[in-house]
Design a protein around this ligand. Structure first.
Ligand code: BTN
Length: 324
């Protein structure tokens, strides 16, 4: 590990406590100037320190920057199961992780970032990923399942996100079919699962489950085109290291569900959190938009809808918008 990483790990383990430059230099066998440089580098990355003559530096309790050691702290004794890579900005955490997957990265590799320059959403849409106000996270899986089961990966992720943000914010989180997590009727999270299939055997080589959470609204608000639908978990930065806590919470819960994917243990909760069933909706992404009523979610996560002409269909792909 670099001096920066060593020092950050120790600060993360001792948030709110002062660590002197002398103590850090001796511990990592480096000069005090190397310690000072590492702290300045961390400050430039957004970490917030208090400094006190004679006492040293203290990583503020409310400093809220995603870091490997920060996420690992909340993963506790499960941390060793993951290979977590954290970046300030990437093109897309899904793109980066897919490249790593193609190079042989193991299940449990996680890429997280503070911002994305080319964040991708479903149906070839862009996912607004401004620096500093969101959490963008992708998890690499190597499941032994057929393509038909893949929808359950996304479903499990939606439940993991809903539970985690609800636990941490105290706000009720719902799920709009198939994978949007909503708070107060606004989308605070989108999920994009991408898989690579072996065309000959039909087996899945890997799947990358990408999760984007709006932690606070971006400075200047959401862009015009999503202003009416997008929201954030918190109205103002809550401090208290929420990004690392939310990242760890999502990883833990998601992997718990994923490890029992065939049992679909999370499915009952997915249905009970649905904000779609019973609503008048518009079915999108399958030719002309069609008005329908959402009737139920079946055991394969398909959405049973009744169109205005009385015909019924189970949707396994596409998207719906809820009509108000
Ligand atoms: C959607 O709502 O259409 C899905 C959005 C998925 C966004 C996440 S952010 C992390 C990962 N990287 C991406 O480029 N996309 C997913």
């Amino acid at each position: 590990m670099s001096v920066r990483e060593d020092i950050l790990e120790l600060f993360e383990q001792n948030r709110g406590k002062y660590l002197s430059g002398e103590e850090l230099a001796a511990r990592f066998n480096v000069s005090r100037s190397a310690v000072w440089k590492a702290v300045k580098q961390l400050e430039a990355e957004g970490y917030e320190f208090d400094a006190s003559t004679g006492r040293g530096y203290s990583l503020r309790i409310d400093s809220d920057v995603i870091s490997k050691s920060g996420i690992e702290k909340y993963l506790g004794n499960e941390a060793g199961r993951y290979d977590i890579r954290v970046y300030k900005t990437v093109t897309s955490t899904n793109t980066v992780l897919k490249e790593m997957a193609a190079d042989g990265a193991a299940e449990g590799t996680v890429v997280a970032a503070e911002g994305q320059t080319a964040g991708r959403g479903r149906m070839n849409r862009r996912f607004h990923s401004p620096l500093g106000t969101g959490l963008y996270l992708s998890i690499l899986l190597r499941p032994v399942i057929n393509a038909g089961e893949a929808l359950f990966i996304t479903t499990a992720a939606a439940v993991a996100v809903a539970r985690t943000v609800e636990d941490i914010s105290g706000k009720k989180a719902g799920i709009k079919w198939v994978n949007d997590v909503l708070i107060d009727g606004r989308k605070i999270c989108g999920i994009l699962t991408e898989a690579s299939l072996n065309m000959e055997s039909g087996e899945m080589q890997y799947a990358v489950c990408g999760i984007g959470v709006n932690i606070t609204p971006p400075a200047g608000g959401f862009p015009e085109e999503i202003r009416d639908i997008a929201g954030a978990v918190f109205d103002d930065p809550p401090g208290s290291d929420v990004k690392n806590r939310i990242a760890a919470g999502i990883i833990k819960k998601f992997m718990e569900y994923y490890n029992m994917l065939p049992e679909h243990e999370f499915f009952t909760e997915y249905v009970s959190r649905s904000v779609t069933v019973g609503e008048r909706i518009t079915v999108l992404g399958r030719g002309e938009p069609r008005k329908a009523l959402a009737l139920s979610i079946d055991s394969s996560c398909g959405l049973l809808v009744r169109y205005e002409d009385g015909s019924e269909e189970v949707l396994n792909s596409g998207e719906v918008s809820i009509r108000r």
